[in-house]
Ligand binder design. Structure first.
Ligand code: ARG
Ligand code: GLU
Length: 702
């Protein structure tokens, strides 16, 4: 009876939360929910404190909170906070742009940047923001023409054809509309997302890094936290309020909605929700895949990044020029490096491999007890996973060692791009390139590659170059780095197509790329596709097997809602963390000798005078807070909202002990970290002196 109900639901392509809800979630506060289906969760949200309705969160016809939220670039979230298109996101989300506008003379990374009038706002080539116009369950439409027994290849063709039609039609509905169709639950469902994309987005303000990146990589992924991780941008549109490429004639965009800010303050226990673009999670993978992540892939990737970071950090601490050049790159390398460590620890501590193995055992028993469709399924999945393992391992080394050499990444991109785009790309690359760093990195990483990866996974050309150099990495580095046209901007600009192709470095990279694509990626992808198919069946089976579980689709960089409450946690025995931090903690950490903790003198002065103005609470200024919302990478910059849907903070991180929530959520320690909106306003007011922005946000001057 039950079985029929669920599987019918999936076949009818609406195995929605509707059918599955009403049962208990495995973990309190776990889940990233689909906004268009939020009516299914609204009663639960309201019982926990939400004071508004489903249509206030998401509506296609009316005005709702979704209209104030954007996908910022291709990996962060932003939100509108004024009727004139003012947008708030994280400092680390705008970091690439802030850095691109910086030089030794205009060091906005160090000094911060504040446009005091609109004509001082800085345009950013290539930056877009996307508004979700609507999302739609298109499973029936996409699968139209498929029958239960349709062969996979044919099914894919049908899906592709149907999708194309739907997308084409949707993109005609408005100016700069972009649509995409994505599978959910490994293809048990399909959703279409229709966006409007704006491409004139200007930098309005950013605090100095000593505020915006306060604590740097030392505090990254950690609580207690004091990072003023915010920056401001403005969306511009043409005279008709439509998206348009950058033009001096463009005017500030008038959004359909923007967020109201609450300065009332928050306290432990308060209901909050996060509305944004989580990038990717893998909550339903088998124990074998978790084992690979926790015990093989993460440890190796961490070791490789440690090598890169050591080399970069050494050079950065001895030269300001290198520090600026490598700031953004270094932050990117360090970020995942630290996250993988937390994730690995968390998975091991929770015993997720064993838990999942237990679930698989039970599933198998259930399958053999009258569910033939699922019998043997897990074993087949396990054997593919096993077969994929060596390839995945090699793939990790190609991405984290071979192509992590900057020149190698650059050559591979340069050779693949259209000739007219090359010069601009090379200009940007060399602006931030240090040959000595890259050469040292090459020697170290190539050594690791050879130590860990069997020659079966090397291209022939690499073997022959190694032979020529007597297996001496330093000699190989000389051959490549000293003679190549790709390690010198002037030589590269002057090089003929023939020189580009006959260049030893470029031949080596091409050989690596070809081997990687033909012998590693294509193998892992074809096995991955087979596995994915089985996951589709497994997912459907899981829903039948465990009817008490409430399912939500893995994150896929589409708009989601997560909800929870403000709450401390215990990171280890005998320790309890309070859920909020204040400016006192910044002063405690302040140390002019330590780069990550050296705050601007102005902040010291304001603190000494206790000039907190209206941002004071109990004699201090709140800085950050943590809550139980289930978030992941991509949620950076997402609004954290209160029970009335007012902005109380912006999400910028998770606590280290909880970073395994991309695979398994533990309500005891999984916390998102948000910047308290009052600290943002305090900085804009007291440090930047940009009161006009507060007025624009509707925060009246005192
Ligand atoms: N951990 C946060 C995130 O994943 C902040 C990253 C900022 N980068 C850094 N290396 N501190 O985006
Ligand atoms: N800082 C992350 C981001 O870029 C958010 C932290 C996380 O992974 O939760 O989205």
């Amino acid at each position: 009876m039950r079985k029929n109900r669920i599987s019918r639901a999936i076949q009818a392509a609406c195995c929605s939360i509707a059918i599955l809800s009403g049962t208990t979630a495995i973990h309190a506060d776990e889940g990233m929910w689909l906004p268009s289906e939020i009516s299914e969760k609204i009663a639960d949200m309201q019982s926990k404190g939400l004071n508004i309705n489903a249509e206030d969160l998401y509506s296609e016809t009316g005005v709702s909170l979704k209209d104030a939220i954007v996908l910022f670039g291709r990996g962060c979230t932003g939100e509108l906070i004024s009727p004139d298109g003012l947008l708030l996101t994280n400092h680390h989300c705008g970091y690439g742009q802030i850095q691109a506008h910086s030089s030794i003379d205009h060091d906005y990374l160090t000094d911060g940047f504040w446009a005091m009038s609109r004509d001082e706002e800085l345009p950013n080539d290539g930056l877009t923001v996307s508004f979700l116009v609507r999302m739609e369950n298109v499973t029936d439409k996409v699968l139209k023409g498929c029958k239960p027994g349709t062969e996979e290849e044919k099914r894919l063709k049908i899906i592709e054809k149907n999708s194309e039609k739907l997308i084409r039609k949707a993109e005609k509905e408005g100016v700069a509309y972009k649509a995409e169709i994505l599978p959910l639950y490994y293809g048990n469902m399909y959703y279409m997302y229709v966006y409007q994309v704006f491409s004139d987005v200007r930098l309005v303000g950013a605090p100095p890094s000593s505020i915006g990146k306060f604590g740097g990589d030392t505090d990254n992924w950690m609580w207690p936290r004091h990072t003023g991780d915010f920056s401001l941008f403005r969306i511009y549109a043409d005279k008709n309020n439509n998206p348009a490429p950058y033009s001096e004639d463009n005017v500030p965009f008038r959004p359909k909605n923007y967020l109201r800010i609450s300065v009332d303050g928050v306290k432990e226990g308060d209901f909050t929700f996060v509305y944004g673009y989580p990038g990717s999670t893998q909550e339903y993978i088998l124990s074998d895949e978790v084992d690979y992540i926790a015990n093989v892939s993460n440890p190796h990737k961490i070791a490789l990044r440690t090598i890169r970071l050591d080399i970069q950090n050494k050079a950065m601490s001895s030269s300001d020029e290198i520090r600026i050049k490598y700031a953004s790159k270094n932050a990117g390398v360090a970020n995942a490096w630290k996250k993988w460590q937390g994730e690995m620890k968390g998975l091991r501590r929770l015993g997720t491999v064993d838990d999942k193995a237990e679930l698989e055992k039970n599933f198998n028993e259930w399958a053999s007890g009258g569910h033939p469709e699922y019998e043997g399924l897990i074993d087949s999945m396990k054997s593919i996973i096993k077969e994929m393992k060596d390839y995945k391992f090699a793939r990790d080394y190609y991405t984290e060692a071979v192509f992590a050499v900057e020149a190698a990444g650059m050559i591979s991109r340069y050779m693949a791009m259209d000739v007219q785009d090359r010069e601009k790309y090379a200009g940007t690359f060399f602006k931030d390139y240090s040959l000595p760093i890259d050469r040292e990195t090459f020697i170290a990483l190539t050594g690791e590659f050879m130590e860990n990866i069997s020659p079966d996974y090397y291209p022939e050309y690499f073997k022959s170059l190694l032979g020529d150099c007597g297996n001496d990495m330093a000699r190989l580095a000389d051959t490549l780095f000293s003679n190549s046209v790709f390690t010198d901007y002037e030589r590269l600009k002057a090089a003929s197509e023939e020189e580009l192709e006959s260049d030893t470095f470029s031949r080596l990279v091409t050989a690596f790329r070809k081997f990687y694509n033909d012998s590693i990626v294509s193998r892992t992808e074809s096995m991955g596709r087979q596995l994915n198919l089985m996951y589709r069946t497994y997912m459907k089976g899981l829903m039948e097997f465990d009817t008490a579980m409430v399912f939500y689709p893995d994150a896929n960089l589409t708009l989601r809602i997560a909800y929870g409450n403000i709450k401390g946690y215990s990171p280890s025995d005998g320790v309890y963390y309070l859920p909020s931090s204040t400016i006192d903690g910044i002063i405690e950490k302040d140390n002019p000798e330590i780069y990550d903790y050296n705050i601007p003198q102005r902040l010291r002065d304001v603190y000494a005078e206790k000039d907190f103005g209206r941002w004071a609470q109990d004699g201090t200024v709140p800085v950050a807070f943590i809550a139980t919302n289930h978030t992941t990478g991509g949620n950076s910059g997402s609004p954290v909202l209160d029970s009335c849907g007012r902005l109380i903070g912006i999400n910028f991180d998770r606590v280290w002990e909880g970073t395994m929530s991309d695979i398994v959520f533990d309500p005891d320690v999984c916390r998102n970290i948000a910047l308290d909106v009052r600290y943002i306003l305090f900085i804009i007011d007291k440090i930047a002196g940009a009161g006009h922005l507060l007025e624009e946000m509707g925060i009246a001057a005192e």
